[in-house]
Write a protein that binds this ligand. Structure first.
Ligand SMILES: [Zn+2]
Ligand SMILES: [Zn+2]
Length: 277
């Protein structure tokens, strides 16, 4: 029997709802055999997840999801099977988190100038530690009645040209790939269909990713439609990239991202886990 791999998930160490221990138990209940914990720009949840999994029939893969910039576009690169204590990786992730903190404070300042005071404090209060994201600001603005839902709040306040938008100062893509490689891991382009790149730009991005040493692409993602997964599978075939599969699970209350119903990889592709065996 083949194992059920989910190589993309988030805990409360970044913006997930469940603690690493709760996440591991939840994944096991959903039938996952091998789970990668890939929190945003942080590896602090991994030891707890591994500890919790040691009592279960589930293996935890140490991972991370790094926010990078490629030609002014924010992309996410997964690092899978990394050493979560690698010094250069930790230093790089620390810098990204500092930039995220600065960005959140700057968002607060700009929104205050536009007449919305104390949002940073409110966003900080509902975030885990210092990791305040645009999502946290959005939740506060909705709660205060300034917008009715996530779609509207982003459009009104936190996209380019709006008062709360501050561009992220992330790592360069090639830099993140190098950190992952030096930490013994494999780089995977996360949810590639979500960036809405033209076909030409997508090919340019993959070329540069591979030149930097990147090896994998997330073919099956909780945020891909069936059609999108087929398009990404074709790219994996064309470029001979390792194929990955991950739910991008954050929250049991979000029904459309479901570990259990995640489709399997097309069987002509080489799964990223083949190189671990
Ligand atoms: Zn992502
Ligand atoms: Zn993610």
């Amino acid at each position: 029997m083949s194992l059920f791999y989910d190589l993309h998930s988030h805990s409360s160490a970044s913006d997930g709802r469940l603690s690493p221990t709760e996440l591991v138990h939840y994944a096991r209940q959903q039938g996952v055999d091998v789970l990668a914990l890939t929190d945003h720009d942080i590896t602090s949840g991994i030891s707890e997840a591994k500890q919790a999994a040691s009592h279960l029939a589930l293996k935890v893969i140490a991972g991370v999801e790094i926010s990078v910039i490629w030609r002014k576009q924010t992309l996410h690169i997964l690092g899978l099977n990394i050493d979560p204590d690698n010094a250069a990786l930790l230093a790089g992730l620390g810098k990204i988190r500092q930039a995220r903190l600065w960005r959140a404070q700057e968002m607060g300042r700009r929104l205050a100038k536009a007449g919305f005071s104390d949002l940073y404090a409110a966003a900080h209060a509902i975030a885990n530690g210092e990791n305040v994201t645009r999502t946290h600001f959005a939740r506060v603005l909705i709660e205060q009645g300034h917008a009715k839902d996530m779609k509207q709040v982003f459009k009104r306040f936190i996209v380019p040209g709006k008062p709360g938008y501050v561009a992220g100062e992330w790592a360069e893509m090639a830099q993140a790939v190098e950190w992952i490689k030096n930490a013994g891991g494999i780089s995977v382009i996360a949810h590639p269909a979500r960036y809405k790149l033209s076909a030409t730009k997508m090919r340019m991005m993959i070329d540069e990713f591979m030149q930097a040493g990147g090896e994998g692409i997330e073919v099956i993602s909780g945020s891909h439609s069936k059609n999108e997964s087929q398009q990404i599978a074709a790219l994996a075939r064309h470029y001979n990239l390792l194929a990955s599969r991950g739910s991008d699970f954050h929250d049991p209350a979000i029904p459309y991202i479901n570990m259990q119903t995640l489709p399997v990889l097309p069987n002509d592709l080489t799964p990223v886990w083949a190189v671990w065996q």
